[in-house]
Design a protein around this ligand. Structure first.
Ligand SMILES: [Zn+2]
Length: 95
């Protein structure tokens, strides 16, 4: 089930799915703490776009000023890390 909100660095961000311009599939708004994902994407593209926007949210929240290229690289790397190691994130969550 796709999340309607996410907690990112202690703050609640809303996640909305709606129609967007042709060339846009995701958006991250630090002021409103809102992530928007284009509605109707295929599941894998939707989840990787959500991850991408979360990386933007982290970058903006911490003032990292990551470039679009860096965000894209982290999206690809983290998505692959998770799919190649399905239990990895639950492993690092354990204390
Ligand atoms: Zn981006």
């Amino acid at each position: 089930m796709r999340p309607a909100s996410l907690k990112i660095l202690g703050k609640k961000w809303s996640v909305d799915y709606k129609s967007m311009d042709q060339d846009e599939i995701g958006e991250c708004d630090l002021e409103r703490q809102a992530i928007t994902i284009k509605d109707g994407l295929k599941t894998e593209q939707e989840t990787s776009t959500l991850l991408h926007e979360c990386i933007h949210a982290i970058s903006d929240s911490l003032g990292l000023n990551l470039t679009e290229k860096q965000v894209q690289g982290l999206e690809t790397g983290l998505f692959d890390l998770n799919s190649s190691n399905p239990r990895f994130f639950s492993h690092i969550r354990k204390r």
